[in-house]
Write a protein that binds this ligand. Structure first.
Ligand code: NAD
Length: 486
């Protein structure tokens, strides 16, 4: 039987949750979950395979009709109780996030609050999907538009926000009246397991949300896509895996929402307040150790401010405290894996070889944890890999630009289009540049843009669809038009 090797998770919480019950995987196999700060195994969870995937789909299909027909107010109440319960258990959630994912406890607490907000927001949105009634312009027939749940959903989440990425999908799916199979990242399944308990306690009926923890996401996902009952996939993760799932979704023309990778430009315009820009940069770059799809990936700074901006950012970066997320003093925790540290070091080396100067950092800190020094590179030249790839680490590459047209051209010179940041002397100057950026979201004079009420998502290879806001609910609704003679 799968169980936790520490008191971190309840021994009953195996990982696989089907039809309202915790179960072992049918194969009896488990896989280990590690603490990125130490490498220690912190839990063993059930390792679902294709047989478990079919059982989870059976449970979601069995619960679908009743849940779809339930009163919107009833679904709203479940979500509202779940919101309260997550906040009641915020310390438990924060501790679990920090142990399995590594972020500092204070950031884990912020994630709990941010993640819980999706439950509250969609408890409020659940009761608004009323539709509209009218008539043809010619007047002969009625024109009634109804909004119905899209159907059985497959929800796949990444490791970097183990709670928020789960609630951002589950809350709108439940609000819309859909049932779901949730597959969290294999690196961070424990927070999702805790969330399943919270949902059950909040009155979510058995089978409405089912959980598959697995070390073989490819095989499990193929089994899910082969099932004709699947109507919707919502995926958050890398663009490479997103492409694979889009191909699989094509087979049965399954509705898709794709929240994929980013390569956010952070533009500092001439005349911007440098100290304020550095404040915004610290958040946009170092939140989650740089492991956020919205993380500032390329700092594009006007030549007149480049030296001052680089010096101040390097100074502030040296003050960050790198250590285990469980230490209250820590501001930068470990990266998720050792491979992530090695990849960052290769990107730094490549940039330096191509002419960048290292203003601070650039080294691994301690071989036993996945620690990387916060790093600032200046004068990063075109062609450096760090400008083309998603860094996903506390590394800030700075490049200069001569004119605003140059900044916009450089910012858009990427396959990605998720987030962008503009530091400008006035809001109007920032908005003028924002209008020219090929991205789904822009922050002006701020390093934080995510909010449960806002439509989060990208363009180009950063994906399609939106999470959060009223747009997030649309992703789980199908429109039906009905007409009859008037
Ligand atoms: P990943 O693509 O490796 O994994 C994401 C999920 O996909 C995990 O649950 C994983 O188990 C699953 N998966 C992996 N291979 C699969 C396959 N062949 N078939 C089916 N499922 C598979 O991404 P990650 O490393 O967990 O997360 C980091 C990535 O997520 C980054 O690129 C980041 O930008 C992106 N991300 C995007 C957003 C957004 O909203 N746009 C938010 C957070 C993270």
């Amino acid at each position: 039987m799968a169980n936790a090797s520490t008191a971190l998770i309840d021994a009953e919480r195996t990982g696989v949750h089907i039809g309202g019950r915790w179960e072992d995987a049918q194969s009896g196999r488990c896989f280990a979950v590690h603490d990125p700060a130490t490498g220690d195994v912190i839990a063993e969870v059930a390792d679902a395979d294709t047989a478990d995937a079919r059982r989870a789909l059976d449970a979601a299909a069995a619960a679908a009709t009743t849940w779809a027909a339930s009163a919107a107010r009833e679904r709203s109440d479940v979500l509202r109780r779940a919101f309260d319960a997550v906040l009641d258990r915020r310390d438990e959630f924060a501790a679990t996030i920090t142990r399995e994912m590594g972020k500092p406890l204070q950031e884990a607490r912020s994630e709990v609050e941010y993640g819980a907000e999706f439950l509250r927001w969609y408890s409020e949105e659940a009761v608004r999907g009323i539709g509209r009634s009218g008539a043809w312009p010619e007047g002969r027939q009625s024109l009634d538009v109804r909004r119905r749940p899209v159907g059985l959903c497959y929800l796949v989440t990444p490791w970097n926000f183990p709670l928020a990425m789960v609630t951002r999908k589950i809350a709108p799916a439940l609000a819309a009246g859909c049932t779901a199979v949730l597959k969290p990242a294999e690196l961070t399944p424990l927070t999702a397991m805790l969330m399943l308990d919270v949902l059950a306690d909040a009155g979510c009926p058995p089978g409405v949300v089912n959980l598959l923890t697995t070390s073989d996401p490819r095989a499990v996902s193929e089994a899910v896509f082969a099932d004709s009952r699947l109507r919707k996939v919502s995926f958050t993760g890398s663009t490479a895996v997103g492409r694979t799932l889009l191909r699989q979704a094509a087979g049965q023309v399954v509705r898709t929402s794709m929240e994929l990778g980013g390569n956010a430009p952070f533009i500092v315009l001439p005349g911007a307040d440098v100290a304020a820009a550095v404040d915004a940069a610290m958040t946009a770059k170092y939140r989650n150790m740089g492991q956020a799809c919205t993380a500032a990936n390329r700092f594009l700074v006007h030549e007149s401010l480049m030296e001052e901006f680089g010096e101040q950012l390097a100074f502030r970066s040296r003050q960050l405290l790198v250590g285990p997320g469980t230490d209250p003093a820590t501001t930068i925790g470990p990266l998720i894996t050792s491979t992530a540290v090695e990849r960052s070091l290769r990107l730094i080396d490549d940039a330096v070889t191509r002419g960048a100067s290292l203003l601070t950092g650039g080294r691994r800190i301690d071989e036993t944890g996945n620690y990387l020094e916060p790093t600032v590179l200046s004068g990063v030249t075109p062609g450096s890999k760090i400008l083309a790839e998603e860094i996903f680490a506390p590394v800030a590459p700075i490049s200069g630009f001569a004119s605003v047209d140059d900044a916009v051209r450089l910012a858009n010179d990427t396959e990605y289009g998720l987030a962008g940041y503009v530091c400008a002397p006035t809001k109007e100057a920032g908005q003028a540049v924002a209008a020219r950026l090929e991205v789904g979201m822009v922050g002006i004079n701020t390093g934080v843009i995510s909010n449960a009420a806002a439509p989060f998502g990208g363009v180009k290879s950063s994906g399609m669809g939106r999470e959060g806001g009223s747009e997030g609910l649309d992703e789980y609704l199908a429109t039906q038009y009905v007409s009859s003679p008037v």
